[in-house]
Design a protein around this ligand. Structure first.
Ligand SMILES: [Zn+2]
Length: 272
């Protein structure tokens, strides 16, 4: 009897862990994509309009799954409307538009503040600990939480060719976390990981020297603060300023093309 209950328990756990998420996703995708959501994508996710039609449909599928699975909470009194939800999901899912939605399996929730928000942090010099306040537009936590400022999301929505997109930035960090360690590289097979390491390390060191000599104007300097930020800032540039990135750093553009499986500089052409 105990053995039978154990077997039933293991089967139930297997269904819950493996079959239920797939079934829930299939069910979500049976719903047609709401026309009001498509209008939000067209208005506030400008890169959606530049995607080839099959990728537009794929982005819509990802947005449906994202909004089914990832709760979005308003902070400081912000009421989370469909406009906010679809804009955030649309930008986040752009990163994985040519990749499987399972890349976002580790994401648990999104918190949205009306604008940039203050964070109090303990800092230590090894001897003394002090509280410091810092203003932020967004952050990404290893346990699958993303925090965003809606004002900054809107700034990104209005400037699809600019260097900044807080949603792309923070969700690129989540792809980095998905690799198991947050180290400036997403999950890759061993051959791709070796090439990634070689290209990114060489570029990071070279660009650090150029920054010291004030020779760079095309890349957000925040990307040089840490290799983890390098990947997030390069991901923003890859989607929003792809031709600039390709002209200055063709090898980086190439490895990002292979990872994201699209070439934004060529009309978001899918890459095998
Ligand atoms: Zn960052």
């Amino acid at each position: 009897m105990i053995l039978m209950l154990l077997v039933i328990g293991i089967l139930a756990l297997g269904v819950y862990l493996f079959a239920w998420p797939q079934w829930r996703r299939r069910l979500a995708l049976r719903q047609s994509f709401p026309e009001q959501w498509r209008t939000v994508l067209e208005d506030l996710v400008p890169l959606y309009r530049r995607l080839p039609p099959p990728l537009q449909r794929q982005l819509e599928h990802h947005v449906q799954l994202f909004l089914t699975e990832k709760p979005i909470y308003g902070c400081d009194g912000l009421e989370v409307t469909d406009r906010i939800r679809v804009t955030i999901a649309g930008h986040a899912c752009l990163l994985i538009v040519a990749r499987p939605f399972s890349d976002f399996d580790n994401i648990r929730s999104v918190l949205v503040y009306p604008g940039a928000y203050w964070v109090r942090e303990a800092v230590s010099d090894g001897m003394l600990e002090a509280q410091e306040q810092e203003i932020r537009a967004g952050e990404s936590w290893d346990e699958g939480k993303v925090v965003l400022s809606w004002d900054d999301c809107m700034a990104a929505a209005r400037d699809p060719d600019g260097p900044h997109n807080v949603v792309l930035h923070e969700f690129a960090h989540q792809l980095d976390h998905a690799g198991g360690v947050t180290n400036g590289a997403p999950r890759l097979d061993s051959t791709s990981a070796r090439r990634w390491q070689a290209v990114m390390s060489e570029a990071y060191e070279r660009l650090m020297r150029d920054f010291d000599e004030d020779e760079i104007s095309w890349l957000d300097p925040y990307g040089m603060s840490h290799p983890v930020e390098f990947f997030a800032v390069l991901s923003e540039a890859f989607f929003q300023q792809p031709r600039t990135l390709r002209r200055h750093e063709p090898d980086i553009y190439d490895i990002l093309t292979r990872f994201y499986r699209i070439s934004p500089a060529e009309g978001f052409r899918p890459v095998d």
